[in-house]
Design a protein around this ligand. Structure first.
Ligand code: MN
Length: 266
């Protein structure tokens, strides 16, 4: 590299200086200097009974967290450490209470599945969080749908490739507003269900989770430093199944407002 080029890159912060400070700056944690080329919207989720909204940082989803669902996905349910994948932050689609939200049927799939899930929202985080302290970081809960292009997910699984195309697409993180812990407490039991066109398809007890939300937070924090703004989809029970354009999904979790979602042509 010519010295002139190198000096220009250093001045612009575009070249590594080898220090932790430089690394953090390069990661945007301490970004300074230089105007943004453009601005990006910050995805947010409304909070029931509040004018404030929750800014979304990361979306973690746990896989196969109910024994009967693990079996239907072809795996053996046991207490192996839970596994996680992520959805992009801007995959969030919020459905207002008392409405039926229109959810676009995505491209490429012919087998589009609902996965109804309890979603937890973190107001703080950390590394190596002990399980008995984990729920202190949860500010609220919502009903969620981890929408899944099952055919594409299965194709990628069969090829031992990553699942992104099956899980991490636009609008794939459907959720209702957040019910704050200060109003409803922590949700560790009760029913979770989804009915499609009035017929109940998934229906289970939240206490059937293999790993509780507290255990998920403790486990996740060993792999990632959790922070305020992180969201956790806590897994789906058995009887995941397909929806098509025109179907309406009514999702229920005891103590939370129902969420109604209609699949529409994109
Ligand atoms: Mn899921």
């Amino acid at each position: 590299m010519r010295e002139m080029d190198r000096r220009t890159l250093v001045a612009a912060g575009a070249i590594g200086l080898g220090s932790m400070a430089a690394m953090r700056a390069a990661n945007g944690a301490e970004a300074k200097g230089g105007d943004m080329l453009f601005t990006l919207p910050q995805p947010t989720v409304p909070i029931v009974g509040s004018t404030k909204v929750f800014p979304v940082r990361r979306i973690y989803c746990i896989g196969r967290n109910y024994a009967a669902h693990a079996r239907e996905m072809g795996s053996d349910p046991n207490r192996e450490p839970p596994f996680y994948f992520q959805k992009p932050t801007d995959a969030v689609q919020v459905i207002a209470v008392g409405t039926t939200g229109n959810h676009p049927y995505p491209t490429l799939t012919k087998n589009y599945h609902h996965e109804v899930e309890l979603v937890a929202f973190l107001k703080s985080g950390g590394k190596d969080i002990p399980v008995e302290k984990a729920l202190d970081h949860v500010m609220g809960y919502a009903v969620g749908l981890d929408m899944t292009r099952r055919d594409l997910q299965n194709d990628m699984k069969a090829q031992q490739k990553p699942w992104e195309i099956g899980k991490a697409f636009d609008y794939s993180a459907v959720m209702g507003p957040i019910h704050p812990v200060e109003k409803i407490g922590h949700i560790t039991k009760g029913r979770i269900s989804v009915a499609v066109n009035g017929k109940v398809i998934q229906d289970a007890g939240l206490d059937q989770m293999i790993w509780s939300v507290a255990e998920q937070i403790a486990q996740l924090s060993k792999a990632f430093e959790l922070k305020a703004g992180d969201i956790i989809y806590s897994g789906t029970p058995e009887n995941v199944g397909p929806v098509v354009v025109g179907d309406t999904m009514l999702c229920k979790i005891d103590d939370l407002a129902d969420m109604s979602v209609k699949v529409v042509k994109a």
